[in-house]
Design a protein around this ligand. Structure first.
Ligand code: F6P
Length: 328
């Protein structure tokens, strides 16, 4: 296997994240540097099935390191979840003489890569690209740092209004299954309370905390709510609940939505993506397959994809404690 790779394909799949372009650039340029052919697959697994391939060279990825989104487009492809769909995809890879595939995406994208490998013994390598930071085997996914910085910037702005009008704001951030964005941006922006899926603190605790906050002299409050939060109420219902039980509060809601996925990647995400792209190509050349490139303690590591997709990463307990102390 070690010497049999002469052409590598790269695709982005699932939700886009800032820094994906930097990762594409890194894979393409690493191939050029290592004298390999490189082909881009557009629209994720759907593009693979449809044969949407384009030869790339080092110049094809000029001026994209700073851009959010993905120049290769992304898609969530239902057909690739079926054996027939994967067979069509594999046929296209063979037709284009591709020897190995780099998938930039999240859990769902990696599950597809794993199946491709299991069913056709096709070499695959994953690069974690998602703002959620929820993939085992890496302390950071590409896009997370940019997303939390975007969220902090927006909360800072909302705080201006909150404090000018003595208001309470519920701010919903992304994170379907995990609270990494909420917790990190919440601590970074000095939120009074952070509601995350991993920790159902209950509505009573929220009311207690808001009462304490008022009593201690705070005139405005920011409560960050991860979209997957388990209180059983969405941000609008939380607003109604608090207005009913604590009428002293003037409450507003902001749902940040997809603005969190866009924008120029931070330097951290660009560097991370560049490092991971090089390692992904190198690892394939070393004959490794079915791994995801991750980072831990500043060092790149490889984790079997089967491990990486087993569960979500746990939130940092120490950060929860810090958040509790900061809200005193
Ligand atoms: O997985 C990334 C993510 O942004 C989640 O935080 C969010 O729940 C989901 O994607 C939204 O997906 P879509 O863009 O398909 O609505």
């Amino acid at each position: 296997m070690a010497n049999s790779i002469s052409k590598i394909a790269v695709l982005t799949s699932g939700g886009d994240s800032p820094g994906m372009n930097a990762a594409i650039r890194s894979v393409v340029r690493s191939c050029a540097y290592m004298k390999l052919k490189c082909v881009a697959i557009y629209r994720g697994y759907q593009g693979m099935i449809d044969g949407d391939f384009k030869e790339m060279n080092a110049r094809s990825v000029n001026n994209i390191i700073n851009k959010g989104g993905t120049i290769l487009k992304s898609a969530r492809c239902m057909e690739f979840r079926t054996p027939e769909g994967r067979k069509k995809g594999h046929d296209q890879l063979k037709k284009h003489n591709v020897d190995a595939l780099v998938v930039i995406g999240g859990n769902g994208s990696f599950a597809g890569a794993l199946k491709l490998n299991e069913e056709f013994n096709f070499p695959v390598m994953g690069i974690p690209g998602t703002i959620d930071n929820d993939i085992l085997g890496t302390s950071y996914t590409i896009g997370f740092d940019t997303a939390i910085n975007t969220v902090v910037e927006v909360i800072d702005k909302i705080r201006d209004t909150a404090s000018s009008h003595n208001r309470l704001f519920f701010i919903e951030v992304m994170g379907r299954d995990v609270g990494h964005i909420a917790l990190n941006a919440g601590v970074g922006a000095g939120a009074e309370e952070i509601l995350i899926p991993e920790q159902n603190l209950g509505l009573d605790r929220l009311l207690d905390s808001l009462k304490r906050s008022k009593k201690s002299g705070k005139s405005s409050s920011i409560v960050i709510v991860a979209e997957g939060d388990k209180t059983g109420k969405n941000v609008f219902e939380l607003k109604e609940y608090v207005e009913e039980h604590l009428p002293i509060y003037d409450v507003r809601v902001s749902v940040l939505g997809h603005m969190q996925r866009g924008g120029n990647p931070t330097c951290f995400d660009r560097v991370l993506a560049s490092r991971m792209g090089v390692r992904a190509v190198e690892a394939l050349l070393e004959g490794k397959t079915n791994y995801m490139v991750g980072i831990r303690d500043h060092k790149l590591i490889l984790t079997p994809i089967s491990e990486a997709i087993k569960a979500h990463t746990a939130v940092d307990e120490e950060l929860i404690r810090v958040s509790d102390i900061m809200t005193t």
